[in-house]
Design a protein around this ligand. Sequence first.
Ligand code: ZN
Length: 285
Amino acid sequence: MPELPEVETVRRGLAPYIESARIERVELRRPDLRFAFPERFAERLKGQAITQLNRRAKYLVATLSDGASWLSHLGMTGAFLVDDATLAEPSRIDPGGTSGKHVHVVAHLTHPERGPVILRYSDPRRFGFMDLFPAGAPNPYLDTLGPEPLGNALDAPYLAERLRGRKGPIKAVLLDQRVIAGLGNIYVCEALFLTGIDPRRPAGSLTGDEIERLVPTIRQVLTAAIAAGGSTLKDFSGANGQPGYFQHNFAVYGHEGEPCPVCATPITRIVQSGRSTFLCPTCQH
Ligand code: ZN
């Protein structure tokens, strides 16, 4: 499942092709993804320019010329592909397969410098979704989110305030999108390992010193993952291009039974709130 670094990698790959482009027409090849498309979706997009492509948590948010927000979530297998005259073949930011039967949305754009650009959304499992919000309208997906983990609003005093008195496990609290937006299972496991914190500890039991170390570590793991994704963007148009996140190296995530990279104790997998947590029972307290 794409997490924040993967969505950011997709955003950086797409932005040069679709920012400033005008939407000439949109084909919807089915009435829904995970949810139904919003009413008159294709007509409301038609004729608008995409002024900016941003990311908030794991959402891609395209701002349109009338101020509306076109929001996309990639779900498990969603992928955007771009195709323009400068590319020998469509891009491969594509974990879900390019085959036509999984392409559900096709937007025909005109970019001021590139000319015609085709933007396709493919999603074999269809857990992704899209929505459209007029300028200034409440947005139930974004309005309750906590600060971005890479933004200045997340700092140790903020996190200390949010953890104070919480009895739930630190892992669950860090995954709460109202506390930090866009932090997912993989990167929480990695950040807790790197700071030596046991994911089962009550969130309120973290010391000031631990919180001081946790905040920059969260930024570090996400930044490294974005850099790994970004480094493959050079091959965005190449036949061998692979999404960066297939190449990430995790210290503990997915390494059950393998030696801890620090102390060689076998990595343990436990289940918390129905999701796998990987930890080193020696390094994390
Ligand atoms: Zn260890």
